[in-house]
Design a protein around this ligand. Structure first.
Ligand code: ADP
Length: 452
């Protein structure tokens, strides 16, 4: 796809909470700054939501979901139409949204632009589901008529990270809305701007007030208020394992809200000696470097069969050195800054630990330039399993996954995504992702006499 030129200074249109289809200030009036990671400078102040604002958003969602409401009475096919309208609006504004994402997150504009189309594909996929969510009739014993109804779960809370702000946003809202739910979502504090703009598009698409509510704010306040809320029926979380555990504890300790979690890991790539070396090096490089390594499924450990180890390392060094780091608005840039100072410091500290623990630093290892949060593409060799760089999440979330063979980073709307063990609970995307937003009600009706 040819990528139009970015808008280098995108206007910041929305910095308030989005509740009931209106942009409003937080109850406390507090704000927090959002920072351009390419410069370290403030972009703007954003209204900071906390518990009271989450409660206000939940009240709006509850009203939108009550029996007889516009949303509850809407034809399923119309829900699909609204979702498709939203997808088209995201595509219409992809240059602006991509430019805004680059400003707020630091990712290369070309990638950010592409993410808007990935996001619209996810919305289109779930739009198709809206009028295809159906129950079954079940031939139970006795004189009964038995059927299932697939109903929306109700008020869905969502807490999302900063690495793919718009895709993460739509992964949560699209299946929820297709199934007829209402949503209260908290974007990550590092990247609130694109989510708020999508809020305006949700209104423009024609969703009734209160169906989607967006509350920017911090995790321990606004985030925890979602996982502890007694009226929220489901929470979907993407982020670190530590916080995922807190979310699940809160869900269990309050109203047993259904919980889905996409958490941390340390995904390995395994390269055998008979692999096409060029392809294997290129795929492993992209697996770990894409999105500055801030990728849910980053291949942050590479295991290489001994026979080709030296050659593989040598080629990986070349690749890392050729990677173009710099101005994320420049379309030839492959690598922007890390998302914030915290991640930047965390990664530099981990690189130091790798050196101290005896791994060989082959290239990179330091800051790039003197402003913003840029880190040189880094390759370590001779890494042992017990070293911190082999165990700790270099970035923050990497998910142990199904498996990908002879490829990497292949994520599509149609196929499920999620982790095993402490890397997650439940699946997103595809039909499996849809099921997380549906309650199955079994209905049994006594009848005088059944016939086969
Ligand atoms: P990271 O360390 O990469 O920021 P986190 O797991 O801390 O990953 O954050 C992912 C999301 O979880 C963000 O939206 C963040 O605000 C939110 N969050 C952080 N702490 C909590 C918490 N105690 N309860 C609920 N959400 C939280």
């Amino acid at each position: 796809m040819s990528v139009p030129e970015p808008i280098r200074n995108p206007e910041i249109k929305y910095t308030q909470l989005f509740i009931n289809n209106e942009f409003v200030n937080s109850g406390s009036g507090k704000t927090f700054p959002t920072i351009n990671p390419a410069t370290g400078e403030k972009i703007s102040d954003v209204q900071e939501g906390d518990k009271a604002d989450i409660e206000k958003a939940v009240a709006a969602a509850k009203e939108a979901f009550k029996l007889g409401s516009t949303w509850r009475r809407m034809d399923a096919s119309k829900r699909g139409k609204l979702l498709r309208s939203l997808a088209r609006l995201i595509e219409r504004d992809a240059v602006y949204l991509g430019s805004l994402e680059t400003l707020d997150n630091g990712k290369p504009y070309k990638q950010a632009f592409g993410e808007m189309f990935f996001s619209s594909s996810v919305i289109d996929y779930y739009a198709g589901w809206a009028d295809k969510i159906q129950g079954k009739t079940i031939p139970i014993d006795g004189d009964f008529f038995c059927y299932t109804r697939h109903e929306p779960v109700g008020i869905c809370g969502a807490i999302i990270p900063w690495n793919y702000p718009v895709p993460m946003f739509v992964w949560k809202i699209a299946p929820a809305l297709a199934a007829g739910n209402v949503v209260v979502i908290k974007p990550a504090e590092q990247t609130p701007l694109t989510a708020l703009y999508v809020g305006a598009l949700i209104k423009e698409a024609g969703f009734p007030p209160g169906v989607v509510n967006i509350v920017p704010g911090y995790g321990p306040t606004a985030g925890a208020a979602i996982s502890n809320n007694m009226d929220i029926n489901k929470v979907a979380f993407t982020g670190s394992t530590e916080i995922g555990q807190l979310v699940m504890q809160a869900a269990a300790g309050t109203n047993l809200k259904r919980t889905t979690l996409e958490l941390g890991g340390k995904s390995p790539n395994i390269i055998f000696a008979d692999a096409d070396l060029d392809m294997a090096v290129a795929a492993s490089h992209e697996a770990v470097m894409t999105n500055m390594g801030q990728c849910c499924i980053a291949g942050s450990r590479t295991f290489v069969q001994e026979d080709i180890y030296d050659k593989f390392v040598e080629r990986s060094i070349q690749k890392a050195q050729q990677r173009k780091v710099g101005d994320p608005y420049d379309q030839s840039t492959q690598h922007g800054p890390q998302v914030d100072e915290e991640q930047f410091n965390k990664i530099l500290e981990l690189i130091e630990s790798g050196k101290k623990e005896g791994a060989s630093l082959k290239t990179g290892g330091g800051r790039q330039g003197d402003k913003g949060y840029f880190i040189q593409p880094t390759v370590f060799a001779d890494v042992q399993d017990n070293m911190r760089i082999a165990k700790e999440e270099v970035i923050f979330i990497n998910i142990y996954y199904c498996f990908m063979v002879n490829c990497y980073n292949v994520v599509n709307a149609q196929a499920p995504f999620g982790g095993y063990k402490m890397s997650g609970l439940g699946r997103e995307l595809g039909e499996y992702g849809m099921q997380q937003y549906i309650e199955v009600k079994n209905v049994v009706i006594k009848i005088p006499q059944k016939n086969s």
